[in-house]
Design a protein around this ligand. Sequence first.
Ligand code: ZN
Ligand code: ZN
Length: 570
Amino acid sequence: MKNNDVVQLLNEMAVLLEIQGTDKFKPKAYSRAARSIASLGEDIEAIAARGELTGIPGVGKSLADKIDAYLKTGSINQLEQLRKEIPVKVRELDAIPGVGPMTMKLLYENLGITDLESLEKAVKEGQLKGLKGIGQKTVDQISEGIQLARAGFGRTLLANAFPIVEGIQASLREIQGVRKITIAGSFRRRKETIGDIDVLVVTDEAEQLMNAFVHLEGVADVLAHGPTKSSVRLASGIQVDVRVLPADSYGAGLQYFTGSIDHNVHVRTIAQKRGLRLSEYGLYRGDEQVAGREEDAIYSAVGLDYIEPELREDKGEIEAAQHHELPKLIELKHIRGDLHTHTDKSDGANSIEEMLDAAARKSYEYYCISDHTKSLTIARGMTEEQILASISEIDEFNSSGRWKMRVLKGAEVDILSNGNLDISDEVLQQLDVVTASVHSKMKDTKEAITDRVCAAIQNRHVDILGHPTGRLLLKRSEYEVDLERVFETARASGVIMELNSHPERLDLNDGNLRAAKRYGLKIAINTDAHRIGELDNMQFGVFQARRGWLEAKDVINTYPLKEMIKLLRK
Ligand SMILES: [Zn+2]
Ligand SMILES: [Zn+2]
């Protein structure tokens, strides 16, 4: 789907037009069109093929022509023209949290800043101070944003890589002679953000495969084109490498290109101690190949149990594999329900009924509605009265028998700055599942936030601490919080830690999950879905749980309803 590309191009045009300043209305029109295309549930090319682009809210005839031109030729004349006129690298600056269109305009006009590097230099030299509308707080925010952007530079959220990878796999599979395709690298290890995409192929017709690959739809640049290795950059900016491997080396190549580097170095050392040599072509004793065709045979030949890709970070998995102590990792099929979801009663997009229908299609045993509460006004949080009304509505749903699963009554309650909750105990005690979350004052000191969270989870009605570190991948760092103290308090109060499955959150992260488990805490893997489609994000939570060494028994929503409820009640 090219929807994302079109959104980015329109946003870029909006910013460039804003800087150009000749038309006051056009930039807003472009941003509006970009927003409605971003929320389309359908492939924009299909809409264009039907000639219905002007049916998209905010897309008029002239904009539709430009989108058509892009879909057919890969470029828009007016945009190329604007780029020549105004050298601001909009996409690069846009990746910096805290830098929006108006800031870009200000920075370009006053300081000639066009990209990340010139912005970083200006911040370091204190040039931003004194610019109209830019105070010290904004400078700090931009400075932190630059660090985040640098760290995330060239990285893609795992969830955004999925459709790209699926497209590549589907196209390559159709090519004659192809026998096997696997995606290796950080994608296979299910890291939360990934760099390049590494594709491994066994084929009888390498030349044909490589020719097809460098001409795939969406390829913007061919970086290398050879018989065993080719690399391209897609229009979305992501680099894809394809390697053709001999069938006898497939397992070794898979092991090698899955990484991580630290994991591989450690495995190779173990092989050496056994008088073996491990490379991307196989495991050898002298000239003789001991293993290579199958990946698991390589592990067993060096005395290791098979190690799942998600664990390959050299963080103890190799020692555990030597002692047959690897965890039996959780799988998506173990999940019996979702305990944190929203509806249009707060800031969700779908009604309760729509969400329940979608959840029922997943054959869940239970499902909790947990809308925001009143102090989160931006999300139209619910008052006590509204929560009580929703409780009776859910009671009726349950007695109606319309859904086989049990609908649980919940709320995502705000943790106020003094550690109190924004809903009375009297109402909270009528709910099945209370999730407490921090949504405000995330810049407080570590001590203040830790105090706040610890106070909140000591409320005996709180069952789950929602997204415990508040981070948004590639956008916002974790707030400062002493997790050890939080875990300690949670253990004493019998509170569950959330693993929020939203692809931007994945919060707790892998290391924190392992720490929580060491504290004896249980985890709830929840989607925090705000629309039907986001219920599918459960898989990303499960990937992250696997990276955190979790087994089904560590996760409360793998238990049958009765046992799950018991685990919630302290
Ligand atoms: Zn939340
Ligand atoms: Zn939520």
